[in-house]
Ligand binder design. Structure first.
Ligand code: UDP
Length: 475
């Protein structure tokens, strides 16, 4: 490395687990490549992150040639304020305090001769690039869903293709791929029957502001989503695929810097997996937000009992703010499955999926989970709930060929019975189909490893992104 001062980059994250994980991974990659990175989110999230992980506010840790500092800001609400779980009210509050905080931070850095060279945010914070523009600082977006989903929102926003409407709710959507997406395969916040139209509005706000960012970074890789990345580039948007971020070899040494909100269960999960034969365990997790109806949990539990497969099931308690009852397992379930099954509140998902005993992932198909399973070579059973999860499920099954469908989205409101659960579990764990899924999963895993290795497509994209920032600074 030369003697030039490191570039200072601010990363601003919406305070949700699925937002923090990929942005923190990007933070570590940028630091490893020599930048001074400041990772910003709310104190409310920061408090959980500090309690569960080994991180501190405002102290700087060296990573590779650069460094990472956490900076948490007060969202201005009391601890148990009822606005926080409501996305619309909370987003307004966050913008109000976030704009002021960010402006002051930028100003302070400029005054202490450490000017900020670039600001990166993840979705739900469309105002961050306005603040960057006000201070004449280049900004970028880390899109935390797939490039295909980006293309769907882009087409919807610019009205480039027909989407389902109240009068035509069941039409297909033809994006730039050879196949159309059915009405129930598009990111379903864009469907007129969505229960969460506000989320579409919030995501589309980012598309309104897209001309203000000079680059869209995506946690995907060229080999996986080439056609969609190329399509976006043809629209004169600089899209750089830089994933899989979590598996970047340059941040292996910083794997203990994590942003988990929930403490892992202290029950030797990995040690337990190590006692199981190769490919014999199904891992089950619905991510951080999806909360299944109790009757669906019952059917999954009975499917597990009847199929007799080994399993690791993350059954997280509901967050206290939302006032839901914790799930209850059938009487005798834990005793009957003792030895072959484990139920935990939170686990080290990347380590679990890396463990050779895991043969299949029953997943809600959040994009982080989708990337993690694809690039660790683990086949799936898809069980999406909403938003991009339904599109990811379509791609995992029909495009990437790594699994089969099990569950339906919440809009469809269908219960998956214990017999369906049992049948799919047995098919996914052994036999011809299972072998085909595994073969494809291994192909994506190898391609991902090449993408993030030195000189691979994602690695080059990160280098070029850093070069772009430096060029902006020198004009
Ligand atoms: N995760 C984890 N332990 C668990 C369950 C989930 O570490 O027990 C992590 C998982 O690895 C992923 C994130 O939580 O990085 C969930 O993100 P995703 O986009 O899949 O779903 P979301 O929670 O945003 O719906």
């Amino acid at each position: 490395m030369g003697s030039e001062a490191p570039i200072q980059i601010l990363l601003v994250s919406y305070p949700a687990q699925g937002h923090i994980n990929p942005l923190l991974r990007l933070a570590k990659c940028l630091a490893a490549k020599g930048s001074s990175v400041i990772f910003i989110t709310t104190e409310f999230a920061g408090k959980n992150m500090r309690t569960v992980n080994n991180i501190t506010d405002k102290s700087t840790t060296s990573i590779g040639d650069g460094s990472l500092t956490f900076h948490f800001f007060d969202d201005g609400l009391p601890e148990d304020d009822p606005i926080r779980p409501s996305l619309s009210g909370y987003s307004e509050q966050l913008e109000l305090v976030g704009r002021k905080f960010l402006s002051e931070l930028i100003q302070n850095h400029a005054e202490s001769n450490k000017p900020i060279s670039c600001i990166i945010n993840n979705p739900f914070l469309p105002w961050v690039c306005d603040v960057a523009t006000e201070h004449d600082i280049p900004s970028a977006l880390l899109w935390i869903q797939s490039a295909a989903v980006f293309v769907a929102y882009y087409n919807y926003f610019h009205k480039l293709v027909r989407f389902p409407t109240d009068s035509e709710p069941y039409i297909d959507v033809q994006l730039n791929s050879s196949f159309a997406l059915k009405y129930n395969e598009i990111p379903d916040f864009l469907h007129p029957y969505s229960k969460y139209p506000f989320l579409a509005t919030l995501i589309l706000e980012q598309f309104k502001n897209l001309s203000k960012v000079f680059c869209v970074l995506v946690d995907t890789y060229e080999e996986l989503e080439h056609d969609f990345i190329e399509y976006v580039s043809e629209k004169s948007i600089l899209m750089r695929p830089i994933g899989p971020l979590f598996n970047n070899p340059k941040i292996k040494d910083a794997s203990d810097i994590r942003g988990d909100f929930v403490k892992r269960d202290d029950c030797n999960i990995v040690e337990w997996l190590n006692t199981k034969p190769k490919g014999s365990v199904v891992y089950i997790s619905f991510g951080t937000i999806v909360y299944l109806p109790q009757e669906q949990v019952d059917e999954i539990a009975y499917g597990l009992l009847d199929s007799r497969v080994s399993f690791l099931w993350v059954l997280k308690p509901p967050p206290k703010e939302v006032g839901r009852k914790p799930h209850v397992l059938p009487v005798g379930f834990l005793e009957e499955t003792s030895g072959r099954g484990k139920v935990v509140k939170w686990g080290p998902q990347e380590e679990v999926l890396s463990n050779s005993s895991v043969g299949c992932f029953l997943t809600h198909c959040g994009w982080n989970s989708s990337m993690e399973t694809l690039t660790l070579g683990v086949p799936v059973l898809t069980f999406p709930a909403w938003g991009d999860q339904v599109t990811n499920a379509k791609f995992l099954v029909d495009v990437f060929g790594v699994g089969s469908r099990l569950g339906y989205s919440q809009i469809e409101d269908k219960l998956v019975t214990r017999d369906e659960v049992k049948k799919c579990l047995l098919e996914a764990m052994a036999g011809e189909k299972a072998e085909e899924f595994k073969k494809n999963a291994i192909k994506w895993k190898k391609a991902a490893e090449v993408a993030v290795a030195t000189g691979g497509s994602s690695d080059r994209n990160l280098d070029e992104f850093m070069e772009d920032i430096k060029k902006h600074g020198s004009v």
